[in-house]
Design a protein around this ligand. Sequence first.
Ligand code: GDP
Ligand code: MG
Length: 177
Amino acid sequence: ADAYDEECDYLFKAVLIGDSAVGKSNLLSRFSRKEFRLDSKPTIGVEFAYRNVRVGDKLIKAQIWDTAGQERFRAITSSYYRGALGALLVYDITRRVTFDNVKKWLQELKEFGGSDMVVVLVGNKSDLGHSREVDEEEGKSLAVSEGLCFMETSALENLNVEEAFLGMINKIHQITS
Ligand code: GDP
Ligand code: MG
């Protein structure tokens, strides 16, 4: 039977946030469909994808929401965050401004997100080391000071993508069970 037809023990909602063009949609398509889309276009309206994950003897359906372009206009609404147990807060290691804006995203999370949300700070595009503007250590230390998990990823080369999503899902499971 198709994995999507299996009975699930839990349904978790998680959201992707971060500046435009940091790679959120490609991280999600990697995780949910195991592919990278070179021509990914920002779309209109909220999008989400599912993936079933086995944690111990439980089957978890992870529902991951993607902004579909509203982040451009700082127009993500509270309904986007409602009920979310986790967030991947993504920046682009080759554009410092996207790292500087992490503070703004954390502010928004405090305002709209649940108090015990599991947040993973993700420095994406680690394959572009030659144009790096944010050191890995800076990401790590921000994560430590804000109490977040941290990971550098490459959606292009499929590095650490599974680890980032699965780490978040495992942690949510620990907290909620
Ligand atoms: P979003 O606006 O945050 O959803 O970003 P997208 O997923 O649409 O990606 C924005 C651009 O960055 C696209 O041109 C992607 O091909 C590119 N991109 C995304 N992830 C990576 C990555 O890990 N490495 C590289 N080199 N490019 C990436
Ligand atoms: Mg997108």
